[in-house]
Design a protein around this ligand. Structure first.
Ligand SMILES: Nc1ncnc2c1ncn2[C@@H]1O[C@H](COP(=O)(O)OP(=O)(O)OP(=O)(O)O)[C@@H](O)[C@H]1O
Ligand SMILES: [Mg+2]
Length: 334
């Protein structure tokens, strides 16, 4: 939370990602737009399958067939990520935008020492640093994520889950990106370790003056950690706003159900979802994708898809703006 928080670090516009399967196109991400502000922490929550990881992977341009980015823009400074060549994107990855992938602790190379894995990432982007200089870089990175520099000599199987997560973090931030996407960075860890890893992530964020997108299920963790929260449902962003207001006074009926299903005490606890099933992404219902489960549905909801519109805007500051994709709020401003 450093710097001018209203400056936009990453602007995502109308992102659509489909998986083209034998059964048809799975519309995993369907028209997602949001701004990530400089230095902020933006949370992204939603039921399993709502498109969080697909959004993250699309911003990194790591969607593989049968997946395809159908449309969208993602402006990061001078770079429009979705129209870069593969080589330009390879250079932008890690250097400008970086992902701590879901399950990163299982994606480390088991037969390679930790230090060599970190060094590999640096060498893939920078000509030169070798020998002593590289060892110093790796040591600094390990210290940054609060690991002993001797960890460089170890193999992944010699590390605990939390340590592996930190190594994943060190690799992701090795080239000091402005945007860090962390996909469920702590969901496989116990609560105490979770807290420590999150503290480290945010300290690293501060040192890099980066902005973070934190993908997760734990609303309690989100309430404590992020500035703004985006709620995804069936591939769409259905609500976006400052986290405390969003939790205290949710605008979208889905968010309302979600929040009321949480244990009341300071809203800690896992996001477990709400009654009913999310719609098929192969053949979504007409109108608002949430209408079959929505207790507040009105006439237009079965036919017209609501766009994400501004519901509350005190001034031009995106920091406090509240947006919802719901006909109950369409056209309402205050
Ligand atoms: N490689 C793939 N091929 C086909 N469908 C896919 C593929 N990857 C994801 N999907 C589908 O895309 C949709 C969105 O998946 P995604 O992994 O983005 O959800 P998520 O919100 O990250 O879920 P979780 O909370 O379980 O991590 C799901 O319906 C999923 O089944
Ligand atoms: Mg996921």
């Amino acid at each position: 939370m450093t710097g001018n928080r209203s400056r936009v670090a990453l602007s995502v516009e109308d992102l659509r990602v489909h998986y083209h399967t034998e059964r048809g196109a799975i519309r995993a991400v369907e028209g997602v737009s949001f701004d990530l502000l400089a230095g902020e922490r933006l949370g992204l929550v939603g039921e399993s399958g709502s498109g969080k990881t697909t959004t993250a992977m699309a911003l990194m341009r790591l969607i593989r067939p049968p997946g395809r980015i159908e449309s969208g823009r993602a402006q990061l400074g001078d770079l429009e990520l979705l129209s870069l060549s593969d080589e330009q994107m390879r250079q932008a990855r890690f250097a400008h935008i970086s992902l701590i992938p879901q399950g990163v602790m299982n994606s480390l190379n088991p037969v390679m020492r930790v230090g060599a894995q970190i060094a590999d990432t640096i060498q893939a982007h920078e000509q030169g640093p070798g020998g002593e200089k590289m060892r110093a870089r790796v040591s600094d990175l390990l210290s940054l994520v609060e690991l002993d520099p001797d960890t460089a000599q170890m193999y992944p199987h010699e590390l605990s889950g939390g340590m592996k997560q930190r190594v994943g973090m060190a690799i992701s931030v090795a080239l000091r990106p402005q945007v860090i996407i962390a996909d469920e960075p702590t969901s496989a860890l116990d609560v105490v370790v979770q807290k420590r890893v999150m503290d480290t992530l945010f300290r690293v964020q501060g040192e890099l003056d980066a902005a973070v997108i934190l993908v997760g299920h734990d609303m309690g963790l989100m309430a404590q950690c992020v500035d703004r929260l985006g709620v995804m449902y069936a591939g769409r962003l259905v609500e976006l706003g400052p986290v405390q207001q969003l939790l205290e006074q949710p605008l979208h009926p889905y968010t309302r159900l979600l929040v009321s299903s949480l244990p009341s005490l300071d809203r800690r606890g896992e996001f477990r979802g709400i009654p009913g099933l999310p719609p098929s992404l192969l053949d979504p219902p007409a109108g608002c994708p949430f209408h079959p489960r929505c207790p507040e549905a009105i006439d237009g909801c079965t036919t017209k898809i609501p766009g994400l519109t501004t519901v509350v805007a005190d001034d031009d500051s995106a920091r406090i703006e509240r947006r919802a994709a719901c006909h109950l709020h369409t056209g309402v401003t205050s």
